[in-house]
Design a protein around this ligand. Sequence first.
Ligand SMILES: Nc1ncnc2c1ncn2[C@@H]1O[C@H](COP(=O)(O)OP(=O)(O)OP(=O)(O)O)[C@@H](O)[C@H]1O
Ligand SMILES: [Mg+2]
Length: 385
Amino acid sequence: MKIFRKNSKFPIGIDISDYNLKLIQINSKGRDSLEIQAISKVTLEKGLINDGDIINKIKVLDALKTLLSKPLKGKVTSREVVACLPETKTYLKLINVEKSPNELSQVIEAEMEKHIPFPIDEIYYDYQIISSDRNSFNVLIGACPKRFVNQYIDILKEAKLSIVGLEIEAIAISRSLIQEEVQKKKKKPQKKNYLVIDMGAKRTSMFVYSQNTPLFTLNLPISGGAVTSKIANFLEIDDKQAEKAKIVCGMDKKKAKGIIRNVLVDTLDEIVDKIEDAIDYFKNHFPDRGEINQIIISGGGSSIKDLENYLQEATSIETIKGDSLINLNNSSPEMQSYFVESYKLKNDFSIADKDSKSLTITQDDRLAFSTAIGLGLRNVFNSKL
Ligand SMILES: Nc1ncnc2c1ncn2[C@@H]1O[C@H](COP(=O)(O)OP(=O)(O)OP(=O)(O)O)[C@@H](O)[C@H]1O
Ligand SMILES: [Mg+2]
């Protein structure tokens, strides 16, 4: 029996990265019944977008049109969009601003210049007062150079989309992975501090989320793409095979003579170093907030089997894989199956171990959609920033 469902009126969320365009549209049958109506992904050729800079507008526009017209599942029923700005080009920080008789916006602008490496007239910015005491305000500032914002506005408009919002990625990810973020209007601020790590194809980023707000973001030039290239070099195979080999073999010591494991471990150890830097920064700049209570990993790169255990052991902080469906009603078997992908490697016994001929793996790719889901949820939860 087919159940009739009214089409969603919520704006679509579009996550634009150097290698992928991803789309999610949420539908609701009431505040407590949120589901995914449409999911779409288009992988981009290399070089169309470089570090957030749209280099080949025509091809990216074509890819956007495919993203909208050929979803992997469901149907796209809105032309309104919430998109994210390129992570490496945005700035997000909670700053403390002294109360003064001057206009608050002027005081914030002056303070912002100390934190953002661009002149104020070259950026678009937004801010939100998070809390205040007798002498000062805690203000969350977000900024991005105008040049990039304008590129994203242009291309989305050319795809005949109407822009409802452009967001900083950490805000979108908080909305999909952290329950407190969507419950904050109902409940008192939680005292738990999270370090969220998003491991993507092009870069890894981290942010600390504390008392219902992200505090700061850090960007690291460590990427899933670089790991794939290293594997391709070591095994003398092309990037496509290396990508599948990485996913199929993972941290298994027996597969590919442990080469893939070694490359992954090198990269993870670099990430562990950066986690320590992020924690030091947090402790120095926000000394009253206590310890990081939990690390949440996200992004396609976090799909490595047992990665959470590896990081937990290395950092001694509880580490979990995020669940990007946590703020939706994710229990339907249909929705659970939406994100399952199968990766198959050509029979190559220099990569497989001797005892196992299995070169196919299925994995749940929902963590690669954390950003797109958070963007799709923006108007559902009517967030401010
Ligand atoms: N099982 C796995 N093991 C290791 N890496 C994986 C696995 N599954 C996916 N990946 C990696 O995840 C990356 C893609 O992640 P994701 O889709 O989050 O990136 P992106 O959002 O397109 O890029 P970015 O966020 O860096 O701009 C690829 O490098 C891919 O190889
Ligand atoms: Mg990403």
